[in-house]
Design a protein around this ligand. Structure first.
Ligand SMILES: [Zn+2]
Length: 127
């Protein structure tokens, strides 16, 4: 089994409904995003997947979030608020969809969203 990891960043604002917690106030983060891809089979070049393909598709997904007020985006709702957990899930599902258009069968195993140097949430693909 092989695992690839790419890392990117984006800046955005959000507001979470956590009674009495400081995240209720509108605030921003410089999120660090780690995307993990796994697979068993290497191609004829000896790679699982070209890093450039992952990075380009990740960039397209991040463009939907970068420098936005996340609560105002239609992809987030009251039932799917823009927490780091849901951001990680959105990025994972979205990039997997895009990557499969170029390379069928690509699996995103995990996405980690760091909202500070000490706090991160991960979405782990249940499949
Ligand atoms: Zn926050």
């Amino acid at each position: 089994m092989f695992e690839l990891k790419v890392v990117t960043n984006f800046a955005a604002a959000h507001q979470l409904d956590l009674t009495g917690r400081k995240c209720e106030n509108l605030h921003g983060h410089n999120w660090k995003i780690e995307v993990f891809t796994t697979g068993k089979k290497l191609d004829n070049s000896g790679v699982l997947l070209d890093f450039g393909i992952i990075k380009q598709n990740l960039k397209n997904v991040i463009n939907n979030l970068d420098h936005k007020f996340l609560n105002e985006l239609p992809l987030f709702t009251e039932k799917f608020p823009p927490s780091s957990e849901n951001i990680a899930r959105y990025i994972g599902l979205e990039i997997e969809k895009l990557l499969n258009k170029e390379a069928a069968g690509v699996k995103i195993s995990k996405v980690t969203a760091w909202e500070s140097d000490t706090s991160a949430a991960s979405w782990i693909n249940p499949v």
